[in-house]
Design a protein around this ligand. Structure first.
Ligand SMILES: CC(C)(COP(=O)(O)OP(=O)(O)OC[C@H]1O[C@@H](n2cnc3c(N)ncnc32)[C@H](O)[C@@H]1OP(=O)(O)O)[C@@H](O)C(=O)NCCC(=O)NCCS
Length: 171
């Protein structure tokens, strides 16, 4: 990590989310991804899953977040809906740390599996998830060596599903 990034990392504040965090996260989904994705953000997510959603700020500005929850249908699963790190805070371990804290929360609440998804277009995210120890789940088709699920109802594009065993995984 270079010195500037290390200094940045020291100034971070961490908290769980409030409903009003939906606004900056919505802006981030258009600016931090290669595609505009603000339609993925609903205020209800922050209202109902705020206590399992992580917000990271530097001097009051959003620099990282992870929107996740404990699955109701699958009592073993802690699920990550989306997460991101602002461009100038990338590659200093913040993404991994977001997952590490979410995994610890899931484990503390009895979850044994971490599950996440990313758009099949998002090669950077696929590399990141693999690097921090996720396994790619089987999909409908192998595209460029990656198992991809087709967007069956046509709302968001093809996607990749990741999982990690929380009892043996690296986080
Ligand atoms: C994907 C993302 C969250 C990674 O966050 P980050 O804070 O930069 O990740 P980390 O610094 O914790 O990286 C951990 C490891 O992942 C891998 N990695 C991270 N970014 C990578 C990239 N762009 N290309 C290849 N590998 C990458 C590296 O192995 C890295 O370790 P290293 O820096 O020691 O080599 C960030 O790039 C991002 O917000 N992208 C846009 C939003 C997005 O795609 N979110 C995920 C899908 S919901």
């Amino acid at each position: 990590m270079d010195e500037g990034r290390r200094t940045n990392a020291q100034r971070l504040t961490w908290r769980t989310a409030e409903p009003e965090d939906a606004v900056p996260v919505r802006v981030a989904l258009d600016g931090w991804w290669e595609k505009r994705l603000h339609h993925c953000v609903q205020p209800q997510l922050f209202e109902h899953y705020g206590d399992t959603t992580l917000i990271v700020e530097a001097d009051g500005d959003l620099v990282g977040f992870l929107v996740g929850w404990l699955s109701q249908r699958f009592p073993e699963v802690a699920y990550v809906h989306f997460m991101g790190v602002r461009h100038d805070y990338r590659r200093c371990g913040l993404g991994r740390e977001l997952y590490r804290r979410f995994a610890a929360m899931g484990r503390a609440r009895g979850r044994t599996v971490l599950r996440a998804e990313t758009g099949a277009f998002n090669h950077r995210s696929i590399a990141f998830h693999r690097s921090i120890g996720f396994t790619i789940e089987p999909g409908d088709e192998i595209v460029d060596g990656v198992a991809v699920h087709h967007d069956a109802i046509g709302i968001g594009g093809d996607y990749v599903v990741f999982s990690m065993d929380l009892s043996t995984g690296p986080l």
